[in-house]
Design a protein around this ligand. Structure first.
Ligand SMILES: [Zn+2]
Ligand SMILES: [Zn+2]
Length: 238
C-alpha cells in the first residue's frame, strides 16, 4: 500500500469537493452547506398516492380527480434547486451519483415489503446509445441490490421515441405514449413490481409504463424516483 495515500486518506474525508458546486469541502459530506440549503427533501407533507410535495399529507387534487395507474409513488427529493443540478449532472455522465440517489430512494421503500422485483423505465436503443447509459437502469440496479430483489433488465422496452412531445396537448401526449412501451409478459405476470425512473413530473410516462405492465399481468406497480416536482395547485384551493 502507498504510505502517502494512506496518510492522505486519514487526513481528508473521502469527498474533497461539493457534488453540486465543486468547491472544496472538509465536512465529510458530499455537499457544501450553501448547496445543502437548496436541497428539499420530501417529508410528511406529500401526497399519499403520487408522493409529490403538497401543502398537506393528503391526496393532491390531481390524484383525487384521476388516480394514477401505478399503486403508489415515493421520491426522496423535490426536483428543484441543487437536486435538479445533481440530476442533470448524473444524466450528463456523472454516474457515481447513482449511489447518492439510490441510498435515499432505498430509505423510501420501507412500505413496499411485498415487492418481488425491480424494473425501470427504458430508453429507445438509439437514445441509450447516444447517452451511453440509461440513468434509470443505473438507479434500479443499485436499488435492487440494496433491496435484495432481482432486477428485470429486459422486462420493458421502449419501441418508439416520445421526446418530441412538447407541442402536443396532455391528451395527445397520453395517446402518443401509450404505444411507446412494451413489457415482457413472462417476466412481469403476477408480480408486484418496483418501477424506477429518475424524475416524476406529470406522471404521464409512469402511467404509460404501468398500463403496459398491468396489461401483461403485473399485480401491483410501485413507482420510485429520485425526485419529483412539487405539487403546488393545492395552495390555491386552501
Ligand atoms: Zn456546493
Ligand atoms: Zn398526488
Amino acid at each position: 500500500m502507498n504510505i502517502f495515500k494512506g496518510i492522505l486518506d486519514a487526513f481528508f474525508p473521502p469527498n474533497f469537493t461539493c457534488d453540486i458546486c465543486g468547491i472544496e469541502i472538509f465536512n465529510g459530506d458530499n455537499l457544501c452547506e450553501k448547496c445543502r440549503d437548496t436541497v428539499t427533501v420530501n417529508n410528511d407533507m406529500t401526497c399519499l398516492v403520487c408522493g409529490r410535495k403538497t401543502p398537506s399529507s393528503r391526496l393532491c387534487l390531481e390524484c383525487k380527480a384521476q388516480p394514477p395507474l401505478y399503486d403508489r409513488a415515493v421520491s426522496p427529493y423535490v426536483y428543484s434547486g441543487g437536486v435538479q443540478k445533481l440530476i442533470l449532472k448524473f444524466k450528463g455522465g456523472q454516474g457515481y451519483l447513482k449511489d447518492y440517489f439510490a441510498r435515499a430512494m432505498y430509505a423510501k421503500c420501507g412500505r413496499f415489503k411485498d415487492a418481488e422485483a425491480v424494473c425501470f423505465v427504458p430508453m429507445t436503443s438509439a437514445a441509450e446509445h447516444n447517452r451511453g447509459f440509461n440513468q434509470s437502469e443505473l438507479l434500479a440496479a443499485e436499488l435492487a441490490k440494496m433491496l435484495k430483489l432481482p432486477l428485470l433488465k429486459d422486462a420493458l422496452t421502449k419501441v418508439k421515441n416520445s421526446s418530441s412531445q412538447k407541442s402536443l396537448t396532455k391528451k395527445e401526449r397520453e395517446e402518443n405514449l401509450k404505444s411507446c412501451f412494451k413489457a415482457e409478459g413472462e417476466a412481469v405476470n403476477g408480480k408486484t413490481l418496483i418501477l424506477v425512473d429518475d424524475v416524476l413530473t406529470t406522471g404521464a410516462t409512469a402511467d404509460a409504463v404501468t398500463r403496459e405492465l398491468k396489461k401483461r399481468g403485473a399485480k401491483k406497480v410501485y413507482l420510485v424516483t429520485a425526485a419529483s416536482v412539487e405539487y403546488e395547485k393545492d395552495i390555491k384551493s386552501m
